[in-house]
Ligand binder design. Sequence first.
Ligand code: NAD
Ligand code: WQD
Length: 337
Amino acid sequence: MSVLVTGGAGYIGSHTVVELLNQNYEVVIVDNYSNSKPEVLNRIKKITGKDITFYEADLLDRPALEAIFEAEKIDSVIHFAGFKAVGESVDKPLAYYHNNITGTLILLDVMQAYHVKNIVFSSSATVYGMNNPSPLKEDLPTSATNPYGYTKVMIEQILRDLYVSDEEWNIALLRYFNPIGAHESGLIGEDPSGIPNNLMPYITQVAVGKLPELSVFGDDYDTPDGTGVRDYIHVVDLSKGHLKALESFEKHKGVGTYNLGTGVGYSVLDLVHTFQTTNDVKIPYQIVERRPGDVGTCYADASLAEEVLGWTAEKGLADMCRDSWKWQSNNPKGYDQ
Ligand code: NAD
Ligand code: WQD
C-alpha cells in the first residue's frame, strides 16, 4: 500500500512517515519546505533504515502534483500540508486561505482525476471554537475565531460535501488536540522558525537557554490552578492514529470525524512542573495577561477513536516532556546544525 504524505517533512508528518515506514507502507512525500528543512529526510532514513520518495513541490502547483500522481502508484493520501500559525493567519488571511484551501482543492481535484479516493485530513480541536464545554465530542457544532481555524472548518465541510457527491470516497477528519513530544530517538522533532507560539517549544527553548523565561498567559481561568488546561498528546501516539484511520477504510466506508487526544487536561503549570522534574532543568516563568482568543479549558472526549479506530493514546505527560527535551537538547538549533 502506497501513501502520499503531503507536508511529510513537517513536525507531525515526519513522525507519521516513520510509523508508516515501520509498518512497511510505501511512502511518497510532497512538501515545499515552506516550514521544514531537507535534513529531516536524512533523520527519517537514520531512524527507519529506509529510503523515501520525496518531491519538493507546492500543492498550489497543479502540474507538479499531476506529475507525482502520474509517476507514482498512490492508494491513499494523508494531508498535513498547510500553514498553521493562528496569529499569523490574522495578519495574512489571504495567504492562509489560498495555501490551505486552494491547496486542498487542487489536491482533491487531482486525486479525483487519478481515482485516488482515500484521504486522512489534519483537522484540529480549534474547530470546537470558544463556546463548547469540555470534554469535547465530535458531534458538537463547529466554529472559528481566526482565519486558520476557518480553513479547518471549511476543509472539513468541503470533504463532507465531496463524499455526498461521490460515495466512493473514504475520508477521516482527525481533530488533533495539542501535539507535543518527539520521536524517542531524539532525531526528529518540532523545529519552529522564530520565536515559538506554542507552549512546549517555548519551554524547551527556555530550557536550552535560547529564551530567558516563559510567559504564562493568565492565571485567572476557571481551572484548578487558574492557568489554561489543554489535552497534550504525544506526537508518536498521534501519528499512529493516522495508520489506524487508514486501516479503518477497509471496514468503515465514508466520512469519519475523530478526536485524537488523551481525554485528560493538564494546566500550563502542570506542564512546567512535569518538565522540570522529569528533566531536572529549571524553567523560570512569570504570569502575564491572558492571550486574546484563548479558552480556559480544552480537552477531548476520546472515546469515538477508541471505539471505531481501536486507537488510544499510550504515552503520558512525563514521556512527552522527556522526549521534547531529548530532541531540543540534542538539537539546540533544530535541523540547522
Ligand atoms: P508543519 O508546519 O511542521 O508541517 C506542515 C508541512 O507542510 C511543512 O513541512 C510545510 O513545509 C508543508 N507545506 C505547507 N504548505 C505547503 C504547500 N502549499 N505545498 C507543499 N507543502 C506545504 O505543521 P505540523 O505541526 O506538522 O502540522 C501538520 C498539520 O496538522 C497542519 O495541517 C496543521 O494545521 C495541523 N495541526 C497541527 C497542530 C499542531 O499543534 N502542530 C494541531 C492541530 C492541527
Ligand atoms: C497551550 C496553553 C496558552 C504559550 C494552538 C492552536 C490550535 C492548535 C494547537 C493547530 C494555553 C499557554 C502558551 C506561552 C502560555 N494548532 N501558553 N505561554 O493555544 O491550545 O492551541 O496549538 O491547529 O489551533 O490554537 O496551544 O501551545 O499555544 O497553548 O502560557 O508562551 O499554554 O495560553 O493555555 P493552543 P499553545
